[in-house]
Design a binder for this molecule. Structure first.
Ligand SMILES: [Cu+2]
Length: 549
């Protein structure tokens, strides 16, 4: 897979670095050295781009001693009149963002976190397609941030309040004033009430912070949660449900020796932003190395990669397959059999795993060589009731001839004289520059994402869903010198698990990734951006505007 080469290299170099001498003494003490942000030199060696800092080495922690927490369901606080004047009152939820401390592992001290409803992940919303609801998102956080704000970043200047939040429901077809525009942030003591119409297919959505210039810190602190939309077609499939449907919110973190979240900082005084963060500790639903007892039957796993920057390549130690039944925006046409599930930040996978015949086994979910969690298969249980149909939801391809416009948009990285990454831009434009992407409501466009960088970037468009047309390698040098796309190979189609509806697409380095988008929903100002949160915060985000048709 061409995309992940550099990132794979980075991860293996981090591992290699941890085995060499400067790290050894710390490792013996159960600590490792922060390697959260590294770049590769041309000779393949990594050098640290962040301040050295001792962190807990997850390899020293006992495995599978904490049961997997299942986030609670969000509870309705009452009913409120619909803002659109309709007669029916809508379910109303009030969710407070709070600071709290919780153990990430049996043998660690409680870790300070910020969570929706004081849990990480926050409570799970569950609703039906076409059933609107309202949420008052209340900022009850302290006045001071506990992670390093970089005031040199646009939108995070020193004259602004430190703690600012605004909630985005990722994957939602929501009106612009309920979408969580990054500049619509508010401070502790304030709240915003959003309307989610939910006129969309069953899917795994997720809510998270989106405040300008500090999203990476707010999400790292814990501001994320799931939002499940269901519909009749999905229910008719009789997929595993109830206690056989398990949400898995997976993300990476680093912990200081006192069990507190550590977020790496750069070597530049007064400008702590680092271009990428890779934590060595993987957390699932708020626990490190959790276990889950399962019956020997089918389970449905609703997986979100909630990391700032890490991709996951998930596999089961039993070697058994996953049946991927859905992606970001809902069900695939039919299940895709996979030994590895690749998820970039913000991507979701809806999968069925069958533990039948595995009685008594302990099966580890792994990301490459890292253990993530364990499934303990019990010796028996009630009769299987869930099914895995061959046909799920038809996905009609949007025809290219229906597109009224094709846009070519670059993904670029800018380095300083020492070769250090200083920012990334979409189409060479900063956030504050005039809006350039103005699709008309109810029209179809093709966007060519021309990735000039050495990294894969997960690109997310708010409000819409789209389909991936293809990916085609091109010559970056020719582009940089002549501003021309010279293809150097044939286009390759999306992977089988990408053949459904998406809202986040992996744009590979040196590749033009083409997506086709039907701008259905609402007019107004939205954003599109890279979902590597360090990039997003440092200008790899642009407003776009959907015009009235
Ligand atoms: Cu990016």
């Amino acid at each position: 897979m061409p995309i992940t080469r550099r990132q794979l290299l980075k991860e293996s170099t981090i591992l290699a670095a941890m085995l060499t001498s400067p790290w050894t003494r710390a490792a013996q003490a159960g600590l490792t050295w922060c390697s959260g942000s590294e770049v590769l030199q041309s000779d393949g060696r990594a050098f640290l781009k962040s301040q050295p800092h001792p962190t807990i080495n997850p390899n020293t922690l006992a495995r599978f001693v904490d049961p997997l927490p299942i986030p609670s369901r969000a509870k309705i606080s009452g009913y409120r009149p619909s803002p659109d004047g309709a007669r029916d009152k809508l379910p109303f939820y009030r969710i407070e963002m709070r600071e709290f401390a919780e153990r990430l592992h049996r043998d660690l001290a409680p870790t300070r976190q910020w969570g929706y409803g004081a849990s990480v992940p926050g409570p799970i919303f569950e609703t039906q397609s076409g059933k609107p609801l309202m949420v008052e998102w209340v900022n009850s956080l302290p006045e001071k941030h506990f992670l390093p704000i970089d005031h040199t970043i646009h939108g995070a200047e020193a004259n602004l309040p430190e703690v600012r939040t605004v909630v985005h429901l990722h994957g939602a077809k929501a009106p612009a004033d309920s979408d969580g525009y990054p500049e619509d942030w508010y401070i502790p003591g304030k709240s915003a009430t959003y309307l989610y119409p939910n006129h969309q297919d069953a899917a795994i959505l997720w809510y998270h912070d989106h405040a300008m210039g500090i999203t990476r810190l707010n999400i790292y602190a814990g501001l994320l949660g799931l939002f499940l939309i269901r519909d009749d077609l999905e229910s008719a499939l009789n997929l595993p449900s109830g206690k056989y449907e398990i949400p898995l919110v997976i993300y990476d973190r680093m912990l200081s020796p006192d069990s507190q979240l550590y977020y790496p900082v750069s070597l530049k005084a007064g400008a702590p932003w680092v271009p990428e963060v890779y934590g060595d500790t993987i957390v699932v639903n708020g626990k490190i190395f959790p276990y889950l007892e399962v019956e020997p039957r089918k389970y449905r796993l609703r997986i979100l990669n909630g990391s700032n920057g890490r991709f996951f390549a998930l596999a089961l130690s039993s070697g058994q397959p996953f049946y991927q039944i859905g992606t970001d925006q809902g069900l695939l046409p039919s299940p895709v059999v996979l030994r590895n599930i690749l998820l970039f930040p913000a991507e979701r996978a809806d999968v069925v795993v069958d533990f039948a015949g595995k009685e008594g086994q302990r099966i580890v979910l792994k990301h490459q060589s890292k253990e993530v969690m364990q499934f303990r298969v019990l010796s028996g249980g009630p009769k299987e009731t869930g099914s895995l149909p061959d046909r799920l939801r038809p996905v009609t391809a949007i025809t290219q001839s229906s597109a009224t416009r094709t846009r070519s948009l670059t993904l670029g990285e800018y380095l300083d004289a020492s070769g250090e990454s200083i920012l990334m831009l979409l189409n060479g434009l900063h956030w504050k520059m005039p809006v350039t992407e103005k699709p008309v409501l109810n029209t179809v466009e093709i966007w060519n994402l021309i990735n000039l960088t050495g990294d894969a970037h997960p690109i997310h468009l708010h409000m819409v869903r789209f389909q991936i047309l293809d990916r085609r390698p091109f010559d970056i040098f020719t582009y940089n010198t002549q501003k021309q796309v010279k293809f150097i190979g044939p286009p390759f189609p999306p992977e089988p698990a990408e053949t459904g509806w998406k809202d986040t697409v992996r744009a590979d380095p040196g590749v033009v990734t083409r997506i086709i988008i039907h701008f259905e929903g609402y007019p107004g100002r939205y954003v599109w951006h890279c979902h590597l949160l360090e990039h997003e915060d440092n200008e790899m985000m642009r407003p776009y505007e959907i015009l009235h048709s």
